[in-house]
Each structure stands twice: as structure tokens, then as C-alpha cells.
Write a protein of this length. Structure first.
Lengths: 361, 260
């Protein structure tokens, strides 16, 4: 729309001047150069995370390996190209997706504590994935994607169940009610999950993977799937930025200004379910990413979703890459599950946000 | 549009009926609203005042029909309806630190159907005008979390001005405001109503304010219309005694005599 982020000082001029300067105010989204900074920071963090690990490869050599030149050292080549790059890419894409989902749900539900993990959506998705593996469920049309489809389906069902329960208990969808229901739902889903894993542990990855998440050993194929889903998901969610602004101010207000609240809500929920479902089927439940990243980003961009949502994509990627770096390197050669790191940060932040929102009113 | 002689019919409510289980909230309520009128909906608690607001603004399911400019409101798309009917809610609590201007800009939502909000050339001018009318120009970049209750209600009134509906509905807008802001808000709405082709409906607890500002009054009790018509004819001693079960007239005079 417009070129300048500067808001005009119409205060003195009043209405006469406002029409002259008003077009300066129209930009709500970020300027192109801001995106360049986001992209540059993200690229730098990717490079850092590819270099550092159990064996640290100098950045220059890493760049040469990344951009195709056969390396002096075969072992460095395979560490970087075969192990680290796909993992870091998957971590970045998962972080971006989860952060976008968190930001979208925090707006939609007008609830700063909303996240795939606090609402129980991730647990629901894990349950779906585990069920499909344990029962050998596949879909005729999608023989390779059975797990993913089940995870998405269960993520969506979880959202529907949690929101209908919340509406039943408390029509105003207050912060506490929906989070409480989310946590109870999450415990319920995890209990069934553990039960299934106990009976079918030969087919399934560990409980730790599904409840704490890990992206160790992820492939370029995983990264491709994540990238496609993130691309489509961001387009859908970011194109609803104005509607999310309205929801963040209040659903009644959104209806009054002419937002088709039902259509917007269902499109956001389906997109969120798809993103979380895919992330969970690839990396398990990585908790609190969607809580931490958008919360930090909001300090920089403010709450307007036109700026917040794109920034949350990059911010989530950067946050999770750092978390993964810590998980890989803190207790070398031991590796922590990724969700341990994010949960440690997230749980503390959860308490802070909760405390502050209670004090406010 | 209609001059002095023939006023346009803005809104017709026909047989509005809302029921939760056996509990009848609204029992075949009908009324008309003409251009230039300010209809006050009054009645004791539980009379169904706010339910009418929800039914008319399309926020609550009900039987019966509401015609806006002769057209059933159910046939409007959400953004079309928002250009005709705007609502100022009882209480607006914002959880995030949006700026005053950002909240007011949302009032223009119905005018820009482009995905990223383009295609509304009048947007910024309308926001500036709404800021000026409500005296919020100097606060435009302030976070709404830092505003007082009265200022916040003015922000949402400004949002409603920028939405530029034909019918404005106020749902007990004074509830949380002190006297100064009450007077200010009612004054702003009176001025808004002076432009032809507009009408106002408000739910009002305060009978004195209803009488002072309303041209029409709809008096409700237990979801039924007790009286409907020009303010002076509806807010009579007999009607009020019947509805409130006390001599309202005497009580009001007694209260007022404190100031003489």
C-alpha cells in the first residue's frame, strides 16, 4: 500500500492537514527492508547452527560445503550435508510453523497463553499419529502420509473438542477456562498415548519423542513437506491478519465491524491443525514454541498481526534453532530432547504472562 | 433522501421472539425506526433490552424478522450489514496493546474487501475525522491499554464513526462512564444523528437520559412491549408505575429536589 512507516503528526494540523499527510499512516505491515533483516538474521543463525555441534566446522569451510564444492574433508562434508543441514532446516521450519500457529491462536482466542501445547492440540496430534502407526492405518490415496493425515485430523478434532467444551463452560472464552481445558485434554490424550505405546512399543518411537519432541535424524524429505505446508499455511493465515486484529480486540467487535467470524475462525483452525499435525508427525510435541516466540516478537512489532505474523515466522525459526543448538551442545555428547529446552523456557514465561495478565484485570 | 415531509423508514422489527428452553426472553416484539429518530429501549433488568440489540445486530439467533431499509438483515453479508448497522458494545476490554488508531482503523474493515486491506481510498480520512470528532487526535498513537474506561469507550465510538453505518446501536453505553463522559458521549451521538439518513437505537437504564435524548421510547417488561411511541407519550407516570412497580415520577422528582 504505502511507503512510509512514519505516522504523521496530525495533532496540531487537525482535519485540514490530515488528508494531506494521511496516506503516510496507511502502512500497517512492515517495510520490505525489514523482511530483508529478518531473512538475513535467519540465514546467519542457520549458518551458525550448521557450523556448531559435537564437531565444530569453521564457517568458511561450511559455506564452501553448503554451496556445492567438494570439501577437503569427507567427514565434514557428510556431517554438514547429510546430518546437520536437514536437521537445522527442519528445526527452522518447525519453529516457524509452531510460532505462526501460536500467534494466530493468541489473536483468534484473544488469549496470550494460547499455543499448540497449552491448548492440548499437539497432544491430540501425537495421539493421532501414534494411533495410525500402532494400528497400521493408511489412507488408500495417501499411502505414505497416513501418520500425517491422522495427526492433522486429530489436531483439528482436538481444537473442536476443546473449543466446544470451553464455550459450554464459559461463553466468554476467558483465558483461564480455555487453558485449563487444554491442559486437562492434554493430560487425557497423553495418558491414552502412553497406554498405546506400552502395548505397541515395538512399532513406536519412545514416549519421550512424542511428549518432548526431537528433530534428530530428520531428512530433506521432512524439510520439503514442512516447507510446503508452512508456505501454504502462512499465506492463509497472513492474509487473515486484519481479521485476527479484530478477533484480538474481541469477537463481538469483530462481528460488529463486519468480519465473517465463523468463516474466519474455521479457516484459521483448519490451517493451524494442518501445521501442528505435520510438525508433530515429524518432530513430536515441541512445547511452548508458539507461546515463547510470538511473545518476544510482539515486543518488537507490537500486536498488529500485519507485522506480527510475518515476524513470528522468522522469530520462531530462530528461537527453535537456538533451542536445538542448546539441546545438541549443552551436555555433549549427550543430547537433550528439544522439548526439554523449549519447555524450560516456556514454563517460566507462561507464569510471567499469566501473572501479568491477572494483574491487569 | 426524505426531506422534512417524508421520513425514510430505516428499520422494522417484526415479531421478534427469543426463547431459551421454556424461558421466553422476547415475546413478539415489533417496532419501527425512522430516519432522524433516536429510539430508547428502556425497562427493568431482565426485560430483554440487550437481547433486542443482539437480535437486531445479527449477533443472536431469533425468530421474526428485521428489515433494514426494507431488506431482511439475514440476506446481508457480514460486511454489508456492517455498513448499515453499527454497534457500540456495553464493555470493550482489549487485551493487547493496539494503538488507538489501529482500533479505529478496524471500523473501516467493511469498506476494503481486498485481502490485505486495500481498495478503500477514504480510509485514512475517515479515521482522521473520527479522531477529530471524538477528540482523540492527540492520543492516536497511544496504546489502548493505557487509556481510562471513558477514553476507551470513546475509541470504540470513534471506530463506529469511521465505520459510518446508517443505524447506530448503543448497548447501555453509559454503564461504566462517569457523568462527564456520559454527557460527552450522548452529545457526540446527537451531533452524529443530525446528518440525514441516520438513526440511533440505544438501550438505556437511566430514564432521565432516555427522556432527554430519545425521540422515541420502547418500554419493555418481561420481554413484551408495554408502550412504544414518542418519548413523552411512553414515559408517563402510569406506564412507569406499571413496569417498575413504584412511583418513578415521584422518585425522580424527589431525587432532583436534592439539587435545588
Amino acid at each position: 500500500m504505502n511507503r512510509s512507516t512514519q505516522s504523521s503528526k496530525t495533532a496540531e494540523g487537525g482535519a485540514k492537514h490530515s488528508s494531506l499527510f494521511s496516506r503516510q499512516n496507511t502502512r500497517e505491515g512492515s517495510a520490505p527492508w525489514v523482511f530483508l533483516i529478518y531473512a538475513a538474521v535467519t540465514a546467519l543463525v542457520i549458518l551458525l547452527c550448521v557450523c556448531v555441534g559435537s564437531v565444530t566446522v569453521p564457517p568458511g569451510q561450511t559455506l564452501r560445503i553448503l554451496f556445492g564444492r567438494a570439501s577437503e574433508s569427507v567427514s565434514f562434508y557428510s556431517i554438514i550435508r547429510v546430518v546437520r543441514l536437514p536437521r537445522v532446516l527442519c528445526v527452522a521450519l518447525t519453529g516457524a510453523s509452531l510460532s505462526l500457529c501460536g500467534a494466530a491462536m493468541q489473536g483468534l482466542l484473544k488469549n496470550p497463553l494460547a499455543d499448540g501445547s497449552t491448548l492440548g492440540v499437539s497432544s491430540g496430534a501425537s495421539l493421532g499419529a501414534v494411533l495410525s502407526i500402532a494400528l497400521g492405518l493408511t489412507f488408500p490415496a495417501l499411502p505414505f502420509a497416513g501418520t500425517m493425515v491422522m495427526a492433522i485430523l486429530f489436531a483439528f478434532l482436538s481444537l473442536v473438542v476443546i473449543m466446544s467444551l470451553a464455550y459450554k463452560f464459559d461463553n466468554s472464552l476467558s483465558t483461564n477456562t480455555i487453558i485449563l481445558i487444554g491442559i486437562i485434554f492434554s493430560m487425557f490424550a497423553n495418558a491414552i498415548l502412553s497406554l498405546i505405546i506400552t502395548f505397541a512399543h515395538d512399532k513406536l518411537r519412545t514416549i519421550t519423542f512424542w511428549t518432548m519432541g526431537s528433530l534428530a535424524g530428520s531428512s530433506y524429505g521432512n524439510a520439503l513437506v514442512l516447507a510446503v505446508v508452512l508456505f501454504i499455511g502462512s499465506i492463509i493465515i497472513i492474509s487473515r491478519a486484519r481479521e485476527l486484529n479484530a478477533f484480538a480486540i474481541g469477537e463481538d467487535n469483530a462481528r460488529n465491524i463486519g468480519v465473517n467470524v465463523k468463516a474466519v475462525r474455521i479457516s484459521i483452525l483448519i490451517t493451524v491443525a494442518a501445521l501442528i499435525g505435520v510438525c508433530v508427525s515429524i518432530g513430536g510435541t515441541i512445547a511452548f514454541v508458539g507461546l515463547v516466540a510470538p511473545h518476544i516478537i510482539r515486543f518488537i512489532t507490537g500486536p498488529n498481526h500485519k507485522r506480527l505474523l510475518p515476524a513470528a515466522v522468522f522469530g520462531g525459526a530462530v528461537f527453535l534453532m537456538f533451542a536445538d543448538l542448546v539441546a545438541r551442545t549443552l551436555l555433549r555428547p549427550l543430547e537433550l530432547p528439544l522439548g526439554v529446552v523449549t519447555s524450560l523456557v516456556g514454563a517460566v514465561l507462561f507464569v510471567i504472562i499469566f501473572y501479568r495478565s491477572r494483574r491487569k484485570g | 433522501m426524505g426531506g422534512d415531509h417524508k421520513k425514510q423508514l430505516m428499520l422494522e422489527a417484526r415479531g421478534l421472539h427469543v426463547q431459551y428452553g421454556d424461558y421466553v426472553v422476547l415475546d413478539s416484539v415489533s417496532f419501527d425506526l425512522e430516519e432522524g429518530q433516536w429510539l430508547m429501549i428502556v425497562g427493568p433488568n431482565g426485560a430483554g433490552k440487550s437481547t433486542i440489540v443482539n437480535a437486531v445486530s445479527g449477533g443472536a439467533p431469533c425468530t421474526g424478522e428485521v428489515l433494514c431499509l426494507g431488506r431482511n438483515i439475514r440476506s446481508f453479508k457480514p460486511h454489508e450489514l456492517a455498513r448499515h448497522i453499527g454497534v457500540l458494545a456495553q464493555k470493550n476490554a482489549v487485551g493487547y496493546s493496539f494503538t488507538v488508531r489501529e482500533v479505529i482503523r478496524l471500523g473501516r474493515y467493511a469498506y476494503s474487501k481486498g485481502v490485505f486491506g486495500g481498495g478503500d481510498p477514504g480510509c485514512e480520512a475517515a479515521i482522521d475525522e473520527a479522531l477529530r470528532l471524538t477528540g482523540l487526535t492527540e492520543l492516536e498513537n497511544k496504546s489502548v491499554l493505557q487509556l481510562s474506561g471513558g477514553e476507551l469507550q470513546r475509541v470504540f465510538l470513534a471506530q463506529l464513526f469511521s465505520q459510518d453505518p446508517k443505524i447506530m446501536i448503543l448497548d447501555e453505553p453509559m454503564n461504566h462512564l462517569d457523568l462527564v463522559y456520559q454527557k460527552q458521549l450522548l452529545g457526540l451521538v446527537s451531533d452524529w444523528l443530525k446528518t440525514p439518513g441516520r438513526a440511533v437505537i440505544s438501550v438505556m437504564h437511566d430514564l432521565s437520559l432516555a427522556k432527554a435524548f430519545g425521540t422515541q421510547v420502547l418500554l419493555l417488561q418481561h420481554g413484551r412491549v408495554v408502550a412504544d411511541g414518542p418519548a413523552g407519550e411512553v414515559l408517563t407516570r402510569e406506564h412507569l408505575s406499571q413496569v417498575y412497580g413504584m412511583d418513578v415520577h415521584e422518585w425522580m422528582n424527589e431525587l432532583l429536589s436534592q439539587w435545588s
